[in-house]
Design a protein around this ligand. Sequence first.
Ligand code: UT7
Length: 317
Amino acid sequence: MRIIGTGSALPSLSVSNDELATFLDTSDEWITERTGIKARRLLSTETLYDLAEEAAKKAIKSSGVAADQLDFIICSNVANRYITPGMNCILQEKIGATCAGLDINVACAGFVNALMLADSMIQAGRAKHILIVCAEEPSKYCNWKERDTSILFADGAGAVVVDAGDGFKAVHLSMISSKDVLYYERCMEETPYERNRKEGQPLVMRGRELFRMAVSQSTKDIRTVLEKAGMQPSDITYYLMHQANKRIIESIRTLLGEPEEKFPTNIENYGNTSSASIPILLDEMLAAGKIHKGDTLLMSAFGAGFVSAVCILEWGK
Ligand code: UT7
C-alpha cells in the first residue's frame, strides 16, 4: 500500500485561549504552557459532513483517481450526528463515489488503524483504490461548562487515497482496556422492560493518567515498530505524532533522543482534532514541500480505549 493523494479541511472559526478564558476558569498562559495550544478551529457555520467532503474531494483530486473508481471508503470517527447510517454512507453520495465502505472508531488512533485495514484489503486483492477519511467534531461532545476537555479538543478532517505499493513498512497496534480514562456516554432510550432511562454525559477524561499512559505506551510501541522494520530512531525522517498535547510529543521525543525538527506540530493553531490530526499534519507538510520521495515517516497515535497505534511508511514507494 502507498498513499497517492491527501486532503484536509478545517472549520473557518478560530478560537483563541483568551476567548475561552472569558467563560472558563483558565488562562492563555496555563493552556499554552501545559498543552502548547494557542488557538483551535471549531465548527460553527459548517457541518462535519462539509469538512469530510472537502477533505475527501481534495484527496481524490490530488490522487488522480476518479471518485467512481474508488473501491472502498473507510471513515474514522468517534461520534457524529448520526449513529446510523455510518459516515461513509453519508459521504459516498457527496463525493460521487459508488463503492461500499465502513466506519471505524478507534478514537484518536483511527488513522493508523485505517491504514492497516486498507493495506490488508489491498494485499488480499479486495480493493485497488481506497479512500480514508478521518473527520472529527469533539467540540460537540466536550463538556463546555468545564475546562478539562474543552480547552484541548477541536474539529477537523483529513483524508488520503491509497493504492497498491510498497510504502507500508510496519505497523503495531496495542490496547489496554481502560474505559474510565476517557469516555463519552450517550443517552439510552427507556424501554418497556427497563424504565430507568440513562442520561448521557459529555466527554469525561482523567488527563494526568492518560498523559502518563500515552507517553509510556507510545514510546514502547514506537520502539516495537522500529524493531519490526529493522530500523533505528535515527532512520526516521519525520515523526508524525497525534497532536494531543505538545508536552506528550516532547516527552516521547526526549525518550527517543531525537531532534526537535523531526517532530512537526500544528497543535498550536488547531488543538487536538482526534483521529484527523495526523492526516491533517501530513497534508500540510506535503503542501509545504517538506516531505520528499524516499523519506521515512513514522505515525504514532493513542486515545480512548486505551489504544495506541504506530506505523512506518516510506514515501513514494
Ligand atoms: O487525544 C487523546 C486525549 N487526551 C489527551 O491526550 C490528554 C492527556 N492529558 C493532558 O493533556 C493533560 O493531562 C491536561 C492538559 C489535560 C492537563 O494538564 P496537566 O499538566 O496534567 O494538569 P493537571 O490535571 O495535573 O492539573 C494541574 C493544575 C491543577 O491545579 P492544582 O491542583 O495544581 O492547583 C488543575 O486544577 O492545573 C489546574 N488546571 C487548570 N488550570 C487552568 C487543570 N486544567 C486547567 C485549565 N486551566 N484548563
